[in-house]
Design a protein around this ligand. Structure first.
Ligand SMILES: Nc1ncnc2c1ncn2[C@@H]1O[C@H](COP(=O)(O)OP(=O)(O)OP(=O)(O)O)[C@@H](O)[C@H]1O
Length: 343
């Protein structure tokens, strides 16, 4: 449905030349949800804006639904864009129009008859669960409700593609979940292809089929959610995965923590577990093979794309030499072992 081929975007400001995207290729199949994740300034917004040519690539090809948008004249481009909806972090609602009037707006521009507009808006407010707010103005809505209205407005003209530019970044975690659930429903029930950009792994983990990682204008990794979570290839992707799992050393452990081995102190370890390793009973193996008792201090396991992954803070209590052998054993099992010190 979307194919970006070798996209390069260079911003030229006076003598300053900035390469925002460098030879980026990305395919989104019909009906898929693809998430592009990257840090601030990586080029995410530029990339998504290239899909509907809000930003024109310096070179490369942009194909949407079988058309090379770069070759269209302005009226053909307007037509092609009507098939591509877009939602934004700051919702972009018209404050002087009610919910009804905001959703009706793109239909009015198309000179749709009033009876048809009324019918379509009623369907859409029902879809987004805001029938009781249909005559409210945006100022009286919560952030999540505003984003729902923005989604309904973009769906009014039945686009086949929805672009989401950090649509949940301004929302709290619970509201984020409800908006993501709405996007997933739209994808499933209406068959709309979704390309979203975000800086949060939580978002892509929740609803995406494929994840692409962008860094300094280059696409550095792409795969299914399970591939990315089980075998992250780059340090940056690993960091994104870890950022969705928070684990802190409790204060009393921090007080006792020393960096060098000491008599009667034992290693405090952070174990990062991805993919297949997690299905093995690693701690009981460690106990059996190395006579190590694991004292789990905290742990967080999660599930994405059919893959379990997680992080665990644990103290290994045993003979010093065996403790080292046990750490090596875990490393060979695809577990990232970080020695935090001794407690
Ligand atoms: N119109 C512009 N003129 C000049 N440079 C620009 C322009 N738009 C973006 N850039 C530069 O291109 C790079 C990529 O910007 P972009 O907004 O795509 O990043 P991003 O990943 O979306 O970041 P953020 O998450 O902070 O929005 C940045 O270094 C930015 O300064």
């Amino acid at each position: 449905m979307i194919e970006l081929k070798n996209i390069t975007k260079i911003f030229q400001e006076k003598s300053q030349r900035h390469v925002a995207l460098s030879d980026v290729s990305l395919t989104v199949e019909k009906g898929e949800i693809v998430g592009v994740i990257g840090e601030s300034g990586a080029g995410k917004s530029t990339l998504i804006r290239c899909v509907n040519l809000l930003e024109r690539p310096t070179s490369g090809e942009v194909w949407v639904n079988g058309k090379n948008l770069m070759l269209l004249n302005s009226s053909q481009l307007i037509e092609a864009r009507s098939n591509i909806g877009m939602i934004f972090q700051n919702f972009n609602l018209l404050s002087s129009r009610t919910v009804f009037e905001n959703i009706a707006f793109p239909l009015e521009l198309r000179k749709t008859p009033n009876t048809e507009i009324k019918k379509r808006v009623c369907e859409l407010v029902d879809l987004i669960g805001l029938t009781d707010k249909v005559h409210n103005y945006p100022a009286s809505l919560s952030g999540g409700q505003k984003q729902r209205v923005a989604i309904a407005r973009t769906l009014a003209t039945n686009p086949q593609v929805l672009l989401s530019d950090e649509a949940t970044s301004a929302l709290d975690p619970t509201t984020t979940q409800s908006i993501l659930a709405l996007l997933k429903d739209i994808n499933k029930e209406l068959g709309i292809t979704i390309l979203l950009i975000t800086h949060e792994m939580e978002v892509v983990k929740e609803i995406c089929d494929q994840i692409a990682v962008i860094n300094e204008g280059k696409l550095i990794e792409k795969g299914s959610v399970s591939e990315i979570f089980s075998h992250p290839k780059t340090e940056l992707t690993q960091r994104f995965i870890s950022s969705s799992l928070r684990i802190d050393i409790p204060i009393d452990y921090q007080k006792r923590l020393v960096l060098e081995p000491q008599l009667n102190k034992h290693p405090l370890l952070k174990l990062q577990i991805t993919g297949n390793s997690v299905d093995e009973p690693i701690l009981s193996e460690i106990a059996r093979k190395f006579n190590i008792n694991s004292n789990i201090i905290s742990a967080q396991m999660d599930y994405a794309g059919g893959i379990k992954f997680g992080v665990m803070l644990t103290e290994f209590i045993g003979d010093a030499e065996q403790e080292l052998l046990a750490m090596e054993y875990l490393k060979n099992k695809n577990i990232k072992v970080t020695l935090l010190g001794y407690v």
